[in-house]
Design a protein around this ligand. Structure first.
Ligand SMILES: C[S@@+](CC[C@H](N)C(=O)[O-])C[C@H]1O[C@@H](n2cnc3c(N)ncnc32)[C@H](O)[C@@H]1O
Length: 199
């Protein structure tokens, strides 16, 4: 069986054809405003893939803010760079979220869009993200599916077949153990949104 990294490297070539759909654009237009981003903020896009979220984030933070987009799959990063490398306030980096090396309190907001179920060591990733966020910074986990719909979607591919979001109580405990508070979770058909704040 493929490792997750191999799986995502193989998936990169037709990722946008499969997933960067009108349906996804409609979802992002409706959902990104709920992230509460403001002009001038520095945002970390964890597991950016081909960068489907990047234009929406850049639009929110404006030219005085920045977006740092990381992913551990080289082929995803290549696709992302082809599309966006000319943009000035965007940093694209090949990096595993479990090995974040940014100085403490670098970012105002960190976002995992379509990524969190795939991270094997969630407590470690959350500690790393918490460290990289400013005090009062927000951490957002978002999906264009409910947690149940994600489980059904992942069953199609053996590598990710058991990748799931933690149940709400477990998610809250994980976030609290990593230093997050004010956790709110929306889990409904076509949308999962978990927003928390660094204490
Ligand atoms: C389902 S894709 C979502 C990509 C993009 N956010 C989107 O919505 O189109 C998950 C992405 O997370 C990346 N990823 C998974 N685990 C990661 C990790 N530990 N560190 C960095 N990136 C990771 C994968 O390489 C893949 O590009």
């Amino acid at each position: 069986m493929l490792t997750r990294k191999e799986f995502f490297n193989r998936a990169a070539h037709d990722w946008d054809e499969k997933y960067a759909t009108v349906h996804l654009s409609t979802f992002l237009e409706k959902t990104v405003p709920k992230f509460g981003l403001r002009k001038g903020q520095d945002v970390l896009d964890v597991g950016t893939g081909t960068g489907v979220l990047i234009p929406y984030l850049l639009d929110c933070v404006g030219s005085s803010g920045s977006v740092t987009a990381i992913d551990y799959a080289k082929k995803m990063m290549e696709k992302c760079r082809l599309k966006f490398s000319s943009l000035k306030n965007l940093n694209i980096r090949l990096l595993n979220v479990e090995q974040l090396d940014y100085p403490p309190e670098t970012f105002h907001v960190a976002i995992c869009f379509g990524v969190f179920p795939h991270i094997p060591n969630k407590p470690e990733a959350l500690l790393q993200i918490n460290r990289a966020l400013k005090l009062g910074g927000r951490f957002i986990i978002a999906h264009a599916l409910s947690s149940h719909e994600i489980e059904i979607h992942h069953r199609k591919a053996p590598t990710v077949a058991f990748d799931a979001l933690p149940k709400n109580g477990e998610m809250k405990n994980l976030l609290k153990s990593a230093g997050f508070d004010d956790v709110s979770i929306t889990d409904q058909p076509g949308c999962y949104l978990c927003i928390s704040t660094k204490l």
